[in-house]
Design a protein around this ligand. Sequence first.
Ligand code: PLP
Length: 413
Amino acid sequence: MDKQGFTTGIVHGDRTVGVEHGGVRQAIHTSVQYGFERVEDLIGVFQGTKKGGFNYARQGTPTTASLERKITSLEAGVGTICFSTGMAGISAIFLTLLRAGDHLVSSRYVFGNTNSLFGTLRTLGIEVTMVDATSADNVANALKPNTRMVFVETIANPGTQIPDLEGIGVLCGERGLAYVVDNTITSPALFQPKTVGASLVVNSLTKTIAGHGAALGGAVTDTGRFDWSAYPNIADDYRKSPSKEQGLLQIRKKGLRDMGASLSSEQAHSIAMGAETLALRVARCSENALALAQFLEQHEAVGRVFYPGLESHPQYGIAQSLFRGASWLLSFELRNADRMIDVVNALQLPVKATGLGDTRTLIIPIAPTIFFEAGPEVRKSMGISDGMLRLSAGIEDTDDLIADFEQALKLAV
Ligand SMILES: *Cc1c(COP(=O)(O)O)cnc(C)c1O
């Protein structure tokens, strides 16, 4: 499997583990309980001595396990846990691996709901420092003796800032810090955070991995690069397992079993079907996003365009060297913010909706929606202006998208 290409691995992966009746994809296993001929096996599953067994669907089913294997393979990791949403995966990492008195350093440019979650962590006695992670020096300067973890997103939504992914990886390696990378915007089709030393990788499966916008899901993958035996917050019960398994074991038991944000088999199946075309869709979406970014950048009604595939982007060099494409996420500013509503309403193709990584192009004004609750101060610190729009490029034909923007932007000239 490892020697095969990316998409070959996705579409043939299920068959390598013997699906019932020769099915070429995993069945949807709806059973909540799993019974055994011999009670010793039931005991073995509970105690973890019988590997790969199931007892109760809150901790996983054969269908979610199949999706977990797929994501592990896409991220070249050692294991994955799926959750009901991306946010459930992210909160499980923080709530199970950090304790009161610990310190977390995060990029200042993060998904709005992750930012909001940091507020909750602070009420639980976990310190959070947010820095401009486009420079690893800023991360280094924020470290304290109680720092346990560093968190970044590969391409920040909506500003498209890219952290110094390699520099931070080196720093975390030297200091023994868990390095958590949210890979949602790039997806493993464009980038594997393992290559820059990430310990844990987060993917919101809701976005580009499913791609159809018809299922919610999240995944946390262990890359195998972190020495959990040296991490202070692993409970004694999980210390008996090999070092590589301890982190995920604690996340599965404390984050999934105890907190219960489990992915259903139906959703896992729907995500796995979408994932088959991941690389094809991401390549097409990246092409469309680049064409639109180039078109918008030269348009008189448009101010700044934020897209890592443009040479004008501050981290263009990093995107070129680390990513196989610059993703579907692009933001831009209208010079005249007062025309924003009219321009967006005049667009025929892009769906006026939140959400990212869909087959359809989606557009949303940022300040009055996803960053409304954050308030003007946070928006200013994140570089979000009132006339800024976020676009998630879909797989439509490029010329159709450009023509649509051409006619709508006439209203803002
Ligand atoms: C959407 C998103 C999430 C959360 O994922 P959900 O599946 O919607 O909970 C996390 N991180 C990033 C970067 C996202 O875009």
